[in-house]
Design a binder for this molecule. Structure first.
Ligand SMILES: Cc1cc2nc3c(=O)[nH]c(=O)nc-3n(C[C@H](O)[C@H](O)[C@H](O)COP(=O)(O)OP(=O)(O)OC[C@H]3O[C@@H](n4cnc5c(N)ncnc54)[C@H](O)[C@@H]3O)c2cc1C
Length: 412
């Protein structure tokens, strides 16, 4: 059987892969662009199992790619949703403090927001209550008017339609299995490929290794679970977040509103034991599990970046009472019996540097004139997806265009 050919192959049909495939087609209209997705449909992993929050961009230091793309990504994704008639819940967000100590963190977020050009208001506890009467905060809060929520599944469905109508050849049930001398071996076909773009989320590091990349990095999966409030009783007017620990990439348990106004508590950041460890032994993979548990055990015993405390605290959040207990510090009159419905968990494809044993805080990518690998498209990559994918494709064009053969570049 002779291999099928394409100029570009994008591996992974999440929000990043779909945007990159669209970029390829828009920049090279006569090129054949295929997108290989291992599942029966695109976007079934992080891109549809997330909080759906369009972040404003004030958590990240100014020198980061996250800061560079979040503010504009928020605006561009809202414009995209308006154009495609996808509902956006423009409910904003309050960041609240528990005690005096957290006021320093609140101030740090405010300063980051100022530097990143993000609209953000410092308000009193009384003014916070005017926005959401049930909110609890110590003395002050921040209000972010541009934070919003969408249903990520609707965004993905629309991107799939765009990709199909613009000529991207989407092949589902087509996992990347191996690198061949001139392309890719997949389940049903071999493909001869001009340029390979790896946007495989939880498996991006494994695929990158086949091309000589990701040598210093591995994915460490963290599970995010959600607890939904009874929609007929539980109502909030805005998203409510705590001051996060800025030393790790997670934002702490918070209240988010869906596009339809449903309230949910979460997500957690519980260390998962294999990459797609969503529930029970679903998608269990022994080899993966040995590798990941080994890595987690090492981080636990050496207590790198406070992993021991993080892991022990996060594991407790499997208990409904613990999760609600944490949320109670941010909202008054929270009745446990109104929070009983667990939502679909999502898994963060968080990158860890295996030489330094540190979690990577920013987006990462590596590539050369043959292939490109998106390695740490963690939150807020959904928000950032439009400008971030354009930026990544600029890098790809540069690599294809005028880089001497063999030279490898990345943002590390
Ligand atoms: C719990 C949680 C909450 C989040 N909340 C937010 C939020 O509120 N706002 C925000 O901006 N971001 C949020 N994020 C982050 C955001 O969801 C991700 O950054 C984004 O979805 C990453 O997109 P992706 O395309 O890189 O990955 P994915 O959506 O995981 O896509 C990767 C794709 O690659 C496919 N794939 C894997 N291996 C192969 C293979 N061998 N062959 C072919 N295909 C393969 C997978 O099936 C998958 O479809 C959250 C993430 C999680 C997990």
């Amino acid at each position: 059987m002779s291999p099928l050919t394409a100029d570009f192959a994008v591996i992974g049909g999440g929000v990043i892969g779909l945007n990159l495939a669209l970029e390829a087609k828009r920049r090279y209209p006569s090129a054949k662009v295929i997108l290989l997705e291992k599942e029966k449909d695109c976007g079934l992993h992080a891109s549809s199992r997330n909080s759906g929050v369009l972040h404003a961009g004030f958590y990240y230091t100014a020198d980061s790619l996250k800061a560079q793309f979040c503010r504009d990504g928020n605006r561009l994704l809202r414009e995209y949703c308006a154009e495609k008639k996808i509902p956006v819940n423009a409910c904003g967000k309050l960041v609240v403090a528990k005690d005096e100590q957290e006021l320093t963190g609140l101030e740090e977020l405010y300063q980051r927001g100022q530097i990143n050009g993000v609209p953000l208001e410092k308000i009193s506890a009384q003014d916070a209550e005017k926005i959401e009467p049930r909110v609890r905060t110590f003395q002050r809060a921040l209000f972010s008017p541009t934070t919003a929520s969408v249903n990520p599944k609707l965004v993905i469905a629309s991107l799939i339609q765009d990709a199909i109508s613009e000529g991207v050849d989407i092949r589902t049930d087509s996992p990347y299995l191996a690198r061949t001398s001139d392309g890719i071996r997949s389940k049903k076909h071999n493909f001869s490929i001009g340029y390979i773009i790896n946007a495989a989320g939880l498996y991006a590091d494994k695929i990158a290794l086949d091309y000589g990349f990701s040598k210093e990095y591995r994915i460490l999966p963290f599970k995010g679970v959600y607890l939904y409030g009874d929609p007929s009783i539980e109502k909030l007017r805005t998203n409510i977040y705590p001051v996060p620990n800025l030393k790790n990439p997670f934002l702490g348990v918070h209240f988010t509103l869906t596009d339809e106004g449903k309230v949910k508590i979460g997500p957690t950041a519980i260390p998962a034991f294999w990459r797609e460890h969503y529930q029970g032994f679903e998608r269990f993979n022994l080899q993966e599990s040995i590798e990941i548990l080994g890595r987690e055990a090492r981080l636990f015993f050496l207590n790198r970046f406070g992993f021991r405390k993080l892991a022990l605290q996060e594991m407790q959040k499997y208990f409904r009472s613990k999760l609600i207990g944490l949320a109670e510090s941010m909202v008054k009159n929270l009745d446990k019996k109104h929070y009983r419905i667990w939502g679909k968990p999502g898994i963060r494809a968080q990158l860890i540097n295996i030489k330094t044993d540190k979690l990577e805080m920013d987006f990462k990518f590596e590539g050369d004139e043959n292939s490109f690998h998106v390695l740490n498209a963690v939150s807020p990559a959904f928000t950032c997806s439009i400008p971030f994918s354009k930026y990544l494709f600029d890098k790809i064009e540069h690599l294809i265009g005028d880089n001497p053969k063999g030279e490898k570049v990345g943002n590390y």
